[in-house]
Design a binder for this molecule. Structure first.
Ligand code: GLT
Ligand code: MN
Ligand code: MN
Length: 389
């Protein structure tokens, strides 16, 4: 593809996980359709398509049964590949879901030895990420859940999660790793029900931790959409709370299996509002794509997939700029702002002012009389998105 204004550049901070471009297309009904992509090859591919960074789980890079010398060799080779290809590692994470030992959860398992092992495995994954300079550590509790609530009280699971998180925060601080933890919610899959099903649930949980200042969230489009929720609203709440430490971009049709589709390939308009929000507020973290190519693709198709994620993001970013500069939209927004002159309806609570608010007469009918023109506003948005404006 020739260079154009939608060509990804390092300043766009587009990242992919080793597990995304390395996804082999296995699903519950069929085996792998693509050969193993060695991590060093994945880095080359990411550089070729124009990504900025690569993220990994401990075992995406270092096999779980690698000996210490093997581990060190892998780290050396991977570091060299990253340097050679100009690829950075902004985020690391830990796999607490693949191995059978995690079949009943990791931090929330009923078995104290499994819980301790999970924390140990995470500390080692933090060591690994720190060797590459990662500053964000994602925790996705894929197995932290149930098929039957008979197995443990859900509030006990929350206490265990808190104990693990508090421990890991102290570990990061004691090692001077400077990590920010980004907690990633998902409602279900691979468990029937996963604890902390939404970003909102994690935002509330974080306030109960010992070191809330270094813990935030990693909202994922697909995970919010699986619950039929509005990803942009989840992201906005996280942003407003100063907790948007990372983001997983992909796509998902609500009500389906876990799809992890190419960014914006299913819900273009929702993706537009999301990109517009991120760009409007000046989010400056990684734009991480946690998705994978269709099972129909070979590795050329995986490159098409990766390029597509980034290209669509940049097109939507351009559309957001156009939306913000559109004179008709601008005048509609000015109209909306007219009825909200100083941004607050109330001011600070004062007894006397509350009494006058209580006494005030509102003309309900006239407040509701005029149409708000949101139909027109939305159609202008559609015109922009479809390229006829
Ligand atoms: C897994 C999951 C993702 C998480 C990754 C981080 S692993 O692929 O589906 O949503 O972000 O653990
Ligand atoms: Mn996912
Ligand atoms: Mn994810």
């Amino acid at each position: 593809m020739a260079e154009d204004k939608y060509t990804p550049k390092p300043e766009h901070k587009f990242t992919f996980g080793l597990w995304t471009v390395g996804n082999r297309g296995r699903d519950p009904f069929g085996d792998a359709v693509r050969p193993t992509l060695p991590p060093v090859e994945a880095v080359r591919m990411l550089a070729e398509v124009g990504a900025y960074g690569v993220n990994f789980h401990d075992n995406d890079l270092v096999p779980i049964d690698a000996t210490p010398p093997e581990r060190d060799q892998i780290v050396r080779d991977f570091k060299a590949a990253c340097e050679e290809n100009g690829i950075v590692v902004p985020m690391a994470t830990v796999n607490l879901f693949y191995e059978p030992v995690f079949r009943d959860g990791a931090f929330t398992s009923n078995d104290a030895s499994v819980r301790a092992y999970s924390v140990q495995k995470t500390m080692r994954a933090m060591d690994l990420g720190a060797e590459f300079g990662a500053k964000v550590f994602v925790l996705w509790g894929g197995r932290e859940g149930v098929e039957t609530d008979g197995c443990r009280r859900p509030d006990e699971a929350i206490k265990r999660l808190r104990e693990a998180l508090n421990y890991l925060c102290e570990y990061s601080l004691s090692q001077n790793y400077g990590y920010k933890f980004a907690l990633e919610a998902k409602p279900n899959e691979p468990r029937a029900d996963i604890y902390m099903p939404t970003t909102g649930a994690y935002l509330a949980f974080i306030t109960t931790l010992d070191r809330p200042e270094i813990v935030g969230v990693n909202p994922e489009v697909a995970h919010e959409h699986m619950s039929g929720l509005n990803m942009t609203h989840a992201v906005a709440q996280a942003w407003e709370a100063g907790k948007l430490f990372h983001i997983d971009l992909n796509d998902q049709v609500p009500g389906r299996y876990d799809q992890d589709l190419r960014f914006a390939s299913a819900n273009l308009k929702a993706a537009f509002w999301l990109v517009k929000f991120l760009e409007d507020v000046g989010y400056d973290g990684s734009r991480h794509f946690d998705a994978h190519a269709y099972r129909t693709e070979d590795y050329e198709g995986v490159k098409d997939f990766a390029r597509g994620c980034m290209r669509t993001y940049l097109i939507l970013k351009e559309k957001a700029r156009q939306w913000n500069n559109d004179s008709e939209i601008k005048s509609m927004l000015a109209d909306i702002a007219k009825n909200n002159p100083n941004g607050s309806a109330l001011g600070k609570f004062e007894k006397g002012k509350a009494a006058s608010l209580l006494a005030k007469e509102f003309d309900r009918a006239s407040l509701a009389a005029k149409g708000l023109q949101y139909e027109q506003l939305d159609q202008l948005t559609i015109d922009i998105l479809l390229g006829v404006r």
